[in-house]
Design a protein around this ligand. Structure first.
Ligand SMILES: NC(=O)c1ccc[n+]([C@@H]2O[C@H](COP(=O)([O-])OP(=O)(O)OC[C@H]3O[C@@H](n4cnc5c(N)ncnc54)[C@H](OP(=O)(O)O)[C@@H]3O)[C@@H](O)[C@H]2O)c1
Length: 307
């Protein structure tokens, strides 16, 4: 397979993109590269000062960048609604949404403002609500895309889709794996629903491989040392490279709607982006439908499809 690089990114002048979790890590790398295509990019993040600094850095590093920062806390449905309301007030079509933000493995069960277990609440429910609230803006675009960032571990058998909020017991990595499986099921079900509504929208899930970023902040000191010492060098890739699957899924004309993309190199931890095998649970659309209905109930957000 020929390597796909950022040199193949198209000119996206005049388009509008939102990237969540853009203050650092893979989200920052994704948003900065998108800014280099000429697109106007909203750097969304929960810490206003950090996300402003990130957007400022991108505008210094990318000549002619059209970027701005916006506050978005995915652990608070009121913040999600406020973010969407601000953007909607501009009455502009939204061409691209990258659902990138994520939290992994907090040491104990924490909850969002609305009382959901934090990992599932941020990684899945927050993005579910955000995408639903932004749907009218997306549907106003010519070829809208939504890229949802999952993880390689979405294929793990440890996922607990029957206890998504960790109510029966909390294990940090299990909660993370469950939320990352939900990301893939969401992306696929979103595509099915868009198709059923006749909406010309493309939804894809990606995973970035492995990269040492802020994501591992809750991992043990030993695990982080192993990560720095060996894993990152042997298997991992810098955040800039880990952003490639998102950028590929966001821009390549022939991506498969509802598909799953990731690095195709060693153990899928690094390498050129391309199609990868989805988790087994993705073969059961009933699971995704249940997740969707539960997400509607929990967030109170119903997607306003055109009738
Ligand atoms: N790095 C990897 O090896 C790897 C592997 C598989 C999948 N992923 C996925 O890649 C995505 C990006 O992760 P990363 O590696 O770049 O990690 P990161 O450096 O920790 O970035 C995650 C971003 O999400 C933001 N975030 C966390 N909670 C949020 C909330 N409540 N509201 C809004 N934003 C919030 C973080 O903001 P703060 O900095 O303010 O917390 C941060 O900007 C995640 O979805 C992750 O699951 C990463």
């Amino acid at each position: 397979m020929t390597a796909w690089t950022v040199r193949e990114l198209p000119d996206l002048s005049g388009r509008l993109a939102v990237v969540t979790g853009a203050a650092g890590g893979i989200g920052f790398a994704t948003a900065r590269r998108l800014a280099g295509t000429g697109a106007e990019v909203v750097f969304a993040g929960r810490d206003p000062a950090r996300v402003r600094a990130a957007a400022g850095r991108a505008s210094r590093e990318v000549p002619g960048a059209r970027v701005r920062a916006a506050e978005l806390d995915l652990a608070d449905l009121t913040s999600v609604a406020a973010f969407a309301a601000h953007l909607s007030a501009e009455s502009r079509a939204l061409d691209l949404l990258v659902n990138n933000a994520g939290v992994m493995n907090p040491p104990e069960r924490r909850t969002t403002r609305d009382g959901f277990e934090l990992t599932f609440g941020v990684n899945h429910l927050g993005h579910f609500a955000l995408t639903g609230r932004l749907l009218p803006l997306l549907l106003a675009a010519r070829n809208p895309r939504v890229v949802t960032v999952s993880a390689l571990v979405a294929r793990s058998r440890l996922a607990e889709p029957d206890d998504p909020l960790s109510e029966r017991g909390y294990r940090g990595m299990v909660a993370y794996i469950t939320s990352k499986l939900a990301n893939v099921l969401f992306a696929q079900e979103f595509q099915r629903r868009a198709d059923a509504a006749g909406a010309g929208l493309t939804s894809v899930a990606v995973h970035p491989g492995f990269s040492l970023t802020g994501l591992q902040r809750h991992s043990s000191r030993l695990a982080r040392a192993v990560g720095r010492g060996g894993l990152q060098r042997v298997l991992g890739q810098p955040a800039d490279a880990a952003a490639l699957p998102s950028l590929y899924a966001a821009t390549v004309p022939g991506v498969t709607p509802g598909g799953f993309y990731g690095p195709t190199g060693r153990l899928e931890c690094r390498g050129t982006p391309g199609p990868v095998k989805p988790p087994k649970a993705a073969a059961e659309p009933g699971r995704a439908r249940e997740l969707w209905e539960m997400s509607e109930r929990l967030t109170g957000v119903t997607y306003p499809w055109p009738s």
